[in-house]
Design a protein around this ligand. Structure first.
Ligand SMILES: *Cc1c(COP(=O)(O)O)cnc(C)c1O
Length: 471
């Protein structure tokens, strides 16, 4: 076990190690490790050490066993999945939250953690331009937030019976597009309404939900005796950052009196920019909204911002108050245990507060705009390569593309692009992932690491060009 002096020593050492990693050390690593399943676990003993080991040895093993198996998510040329930004500010906040080790479930358990969370969520709502009547709670992930949204909707449609008595035998139906994130379907499964009761509505050529088909599905379901209760709108799908017509979907929700949840996990941060103000249109019609500062807002995982309009309904959905958690409250105390699934909650507001203050709203905007410019630059570069096809509109920070060389057959093209992706990743210089859009294998280039440089963009272009030339 470490004593206080040793802790001081190693904390400084790890701070230096981290600064080196971000300064130059990335160059020593492949973005994606060259590694086979089982290689790491085979290097870790079967049983835990009976007696404590030297911390030097532990750190050595970190370098020798763990680092070679790391996918470097913070590497500036990691373009996989989605931007999963961290920042120095965020890491320091996380460190201190760990140091304090507070658990925030009631106001009494953590007054400062509770009140800071209230305040930074209010800041966030204002930064991205949410209507004033939303209030926020920090969750670990958008998956959790969307599950909460579905549970709230169930409690609402049953007039509170869901909370008290459970299901009443009706078949509830939830609607989203066929490009909606898998967490929506999972939320429906977890909420007990069943996968079959998720109606996935077709999308248009831009991968946004088809409004008329949504309306038709709802009226068909009502006629067939089902109970529609909730629509989830996608404000930026994971596949291609497609945006559903948020305002028109909201009108349908009003017309049929359905709950309206918006999944903006990926794109939500960009709503802070005036040029994306159009994304805010229709949000006043939503009941709940989620976005992930741990994606494009420089705050390390996990930090998901969930907003609801009706906090009373939110608390009625989740509140259970055993004697041992009671204390003398007044009208200013908030107990976050009543605003979500978990009892124990991390002090996530701290890192967010560090980021928002140290970047400032201007700093956040400037950095996001830089990422959008880099995306445009890469898009223009790709468009000039013969045989490259762009598979979805590029308005934000994601490019979906494929190579269509002479071979025309779709199956063949899918195979060819899979091969291209493997070669890009095997280069060790960049990392990309894929999806399928309208059946076509699409390579996704998600731009926007916090510390990405022009030099990184140059290297990325070079690697892409060299590899595509081999086809
Ligand atoms: C990333 C993503 C999610 C899931 O996010 P988690 O926080 O990992 O649960 C949900 N919806 C969309 C649109 C996403 O891009």
């Amino acid at each position: 076990m470490l004593n206080n002096e040793q802790f001081r020593k190693y904390a400084k050492q790890i701070a230096d190690r981290t600064a080196d990693y971000y300064k130059s050390d990335f160059e020593n690593y492949r973005v994606y490790p060259k590694i086979k399943p089982g290689e790491i676990i085979d290097n870790i003993p079967d049983t835990a050490p009976a007696v404590g080991e030297d911390f030097e040895d532990i750190l050595n093993d970190f370098e020798e066993i763990i680092m070679p198996g790391i996918t470097h998510w913070q590497h500036p040329r990691f373009f996989g999945y989605f931007p999963s930004n961290t920042s120095y500010e965020s890491m320091l906040g996380e460190f201190l939250a760990g140091a304090l080790g507070v658990i925030n479930f009631t106001w009494e358990s953590s007054p400062a953690a509770t009140e800071l969370e209230q305040r930074v969520m209010q800041w966030l709502a204002e930064i991205i331009g949410l209507p004033k009547d939303f209030s926020g709670v920090i969750h670990d992930t958008a998956s959790t937030a969307s599950l909460c949204a579905v549970l709230i909707a169930l409690n609402k449609i049953t007039g509170g019976k869901w909370h008290e008595e459970g299901f009443d035998g009706r078949s509830f139906r939830l609607y989203c597009s066929n490009e909606a994130h898998s967490s929506i379907e999972k939320a429906a499964v977890m909420a007990g309404i069943g996968r079959k009761n998720v109606r996935k509505i077709n999308t248009d050529e831009n991968f946004a939900i088809r409004i008329e088909e949504l309306r038709q599905a709802i009226t068909d379901d009502i006629d067939a005796g089902h109970t529609p209760f909730c629509v989830v709108g996608a404000l930026g799908t994971t596949g291609s950052l497609a945006v559903d017509p948020i305002d028109s979907v909201g009108d349908i929700c009003k017309e049929f009196d359905l709950c309206y949840h918006i999944d903006a996990a990926y794109s939500g941060s960009l709503m802070a920019l005036d040029e994306f103000a159009y994304l805010r249109k229709g949000l006043d019609k939503a009941d709940s909204f989620v976005f992930n500062p741990h994606k494009q807002l420089f705050t390390n995982f996990d930090c998901s911002a969930f907003f609801v309009k009706d906090t009373d309904l939110l608390e009625k959905t989740f509140s259970i108050a055993p004697e041992y958690l009671r204390f003398d409250e007044d009208d200013r105390t908030v107990n976050y245990k009543d605003r979500g699934i978990q009892l124990g909650r991390k002090f996530r507001a701290l890192k967010l507060w560090f980021v928002l203050r140290s970047f400032g709203v201007d700093g956040l905007k400037k950095t996001m705009r830089r990422h959008i410019e880099m995306t445009r630059d890469l898009l223009n570069f790709l468009k000039e390569i013969p045989g490259i096809e762009i598979l979805a509109p590029v308005n934000q920070t994601l490019i979906c593309f494929r190579l269509v060389k002479p071979r025309k057959d779709e199956d063949e093209l899918n195979r060819l692009n899979k091969e291209l992706l493997t070669m890009l990743n095997n280069s060790g210089e960049i990392f990309v992932t894929h999806t399928k859009l309208a059946g076509k294998y699409a390579i996704r280039l998600a731009v926007g690491k916090t510390y990405i440089s022009e030099e990184d963009i140059k290297i990325t272009k070079k690697v892409i060009k060299e590899i595509i030339n081999k086809f």
